[in-house]
Design a protein around this ligand. Structure first.
Ligand SMILES: [Zn+2]
Length: 161
């Protein structure tokens, strides 16, 4: 899956690898009992910064707090993941979590928390990704947006709809 974004007058291409999509599908809330899942997203970033290949999605971990409508990640493990992936040349680029919806929509707190994550993170990225995995297969079942402290950008094709 390839998405194009424009944020702060910068164009960005985001590619989700097949293994990341498979990881999402494995944790999607396919049954009434499935709890929310989530984790972090890591990408290979081309030298000029305009092309991200999301190569790994972490989580959920046993120490995360999870219920049908809640996912609270273990922040200590997340920091360890960021370090371990960085050593492998992968950069933290955002978070993912699931919703028990066919075509997922972010809650107000989902959007707020992404602006906070952007402000707290130490990196040179124009924004951080939020991916929400619903029940439908992609593309309908995947919400993707790019956030900084001022903007929440949707993929360019969706903005034309
Ligand atoms: Zn959510």
């Amino acid at each position: 899956m390839i998405y194009r974004f424009k944020i702060d007058n910068t164009f960005l291409t985001v590619e989700l690898s097949d293994s990341v999509l498979a990881h999402f599908n494995k944790h999607a809330q396919h049954t009434d009992e499935s709890p929310e899942a989530g984790g972090q997203l890591f990408a290979n970033i081309a030298k000029d910064g305009s092309h991200w290949v999301v190569t790994s999605a972490t989580g959920p971990r046993p120490s995360d707090k999870r219920s049908r409508f809640l996912f609270k990640p273990d922040r200590r493990i997340e920091r360890r993941e960021i370090h371990a992936e960085f050593v492998r040349g992968n950069h933290y680029v955002g978070d993912w979590h699931t919703h028990p919806q066919r075509s997922p929509q972010p809650s107000a707190s989902d959007t707020l928390s992404m602006a906070e994550i952007f402000e707290k993170s130490i990196h040179q990225l124009p924004g951080v990704l939020m991916i929400i995995v619903g029940i439908h297969p992609p593309p309908e079942g995947i919400w993707i947006s790019l956030h900084n402290s001022r903007e929440a950008a949707l993929p360019l094709s969706e903005q034309r709809r």
